[in-house]
Design a protein around this ligand. Structure first.
Ligand code: SF4
Ligand code: SF4
Ligand code: SF4
Length: 261
């Protein structure tokens, strides 16, 4: 079984689990999405740190969220490519991209614009942590995609725009929410930078530059728009370990997964 097929299987299992969960949340059979969302580690973790508030809510998802985020030190963002339903949804939606047959035209954003947009998610992370600490976390929660799906009857204009970044924009720009807006991705990236600073080996894509025939297929297929060719190992924390570049590389063993520090 190829990496892609194995990954698809795992993604579908987690999508089904999430759909069942959302069904129960939307129809009031379960109380609230925070109890199942790993990003509670940030929303409710920062709020619990405020002595004025004085307590940590949703302890279990907070701990799970922290474990997932910390595990990226060794595994990179494997959670994003295998488990997270928001990421998988965007990936499946991007199959409808009319440019899919012309892979060389697929990345409609230039690397310059892409690099600028990457900053947004760090700003959202800071905004969420600050507002959560001040116990005005509803500012983020009101527009969080998970909460919008949980309470479709309360969606406002911003909420609809947020959902469009998951359900519509990825038709044209793969994993738009993941690349530019997801604050949990920002947290995972920061943790990976800390790991790098401490010289902790992490799973990375390794390429042999001398073997590369410069076909650019890896760059064209990467859903995170990472420039893979011309690098000995991909240090970019944006890599979600999907393995698509490995699969597309025409050079046998040209790109591999390796534990590198
Ligand atoms: S970047 Fe965020 S939304 Fe995308 S797969 Fe990762 S955790 Fe999920
Ligand atoms: S660098 Fe390769 S493994 Fe990483 S996200 Fe891009 S295609 Fe996937
Ligand atoms: S797909 Fe392989 S051969 Fe082609 S540019 Fe990327 S690393 Fe080089």
């Amino acid at each position: 079984m190829k990496i892609r097929q194995y990954r698809r299987l795992v993604q579908i299992v987690f999508l089904i689990i999430s759909a069942v969960l959302f069904y129960h949340l939307i129809f009031g059979k379960l109380s609230v999405a925070h109890q199942y969302c790993p990003y509670s580690a940030v929303c409710f973790g920062a709020m619990g740190l405020n002595p004025k508030f004085g307590q940590f809510l949703y302890i279990v998802p907070m701990i799970i969220g922290l474990i997932i985020a910390l595990s990226t030190i060794f595994t990179g963002r494997i959670f994003c490519s295998y488990v997270c339903p928001i990421g998988s949804l965007q990936e499946f939606i991007s199959k409808f991209n009319p440019m899919n047959k012309k892979r060389n035209k697929k990345n409609i954003l230039t690397y310059k614009i892409h690099n600028i947009l990457l900053i947004l998610k760090y700003l959202i992370l800071i905004f969420t942590m600050l507002t959560a600490y001040k116990s005005i976390h509803y500012l983020y929660i009101k527009n969080c995609p998970i909460m919008n799906i949980n309470h479709p009857q309360n969606i406002g204009l911003i909420g609809m725009l947020v959902l469009s970044t998951i359900f519509i924009i990825p038709i044209f720009i793969e994993r738009f929410w993941c690349k530019y807006l997801c604050p949990y991705a920002a947290l995972m990236n920061i943790i990976q930078w800390i790991g790098k600073f401490l010289h902790i080996p992490r799973m990375k894509i390794h390429g042999t530059e001398s073997a590369c025939v410069n076909c650019q297929l890896c760059n064209r297929y990467c859903p995170m728009q990472i420039k893979i060719s011309k690098k000995d190992s991909i240090n970019d924390p944006e890599c979600i370990q999907c393995g698509l570049c490995i699969e597309k590389c025409p050079v046998h063993g040209g790109l591999t997964f390796e534990l590198i520090n």
